[in-house]
Ligand binder design. Structure first.
Ligand SMILES: Nc1ncnc2c1ncn2[C@@H]1O[C@H](COP(=O)(O)OP(=O)(O)OP(=O)(O)O)[C@@H](O)[C@H]1O
Length: 132
């Protein structure tokens, strides 16, 4: 995770990282919590749009990613996700579990099983508790 004060070049750095990995032929997704921030990233989209996150997130809803879809395949082939303003997002976005009641769906980070636990611990440490 990268933390820095305003106007210190974070977006500039994402742009450089995106260009580097994409020049190697890797798939790198760029998302942001807000629409304005996502427009500043090359091929950036809001996290809601990219990952099918329901607007009305509750304890009973989860990512709307079906396991056997093009989106799930894209995410499996993705080498890196750059998520600008991640700590502004609801913590449940970073949930590593699949919804038990909907076995055909998957949580985003279930697709990256080996990395997901440490990622989740890092994010959970910084995302404010009130957004649980
Ligand atoms: N290494 C650099 N060389 C030249 N200009 C730079 C460099 N890094 C950043 N800038 C310029 O500094 C300004 C602020 O950079 P940037 O928007 O990347 O910061 P930020 O940390 O993402 O800002 P914010 O806090 O608003 O998200 C921009 O105009 C950018 O072009």
């Amino acid at each position: 995770m990268i933390f820095a004060f305003e106007k210190t070049g974070k977006t500039f750095m994402w742009t450089v990282i995106l260009a580097y990995f994409r020049s190697l032929g890797k798939i790198v997704l760029a998302v942001a919590a807000s629409g304005i921030a996502s427009r500043l990233l090359p091929s950036g989209r809001t996290a809601h749009s990219r990952f099918n996150i329901p607007i009305d997130l509750s304890s009973k809803t989860s990512y709307d990613i079906k396991k056997k879809t093009l989106l799930a395949d894209l995410l499996r082939q993705t080498s890196l996700i750059i998520w600008d303003e991640a700590p502004m997002s609801d913590r449940r976005y970073f949930d590593v579990t699949s919804p038990k009641s909907r076995p055909e769906k998957t949580g985003l980070f279930m697709l990256y099983k080996n990395q997901s636990t440490s990622f989740y611990k890092n994010v959970a440490e910084f995302v404010p508790r009130k957004t649980w």
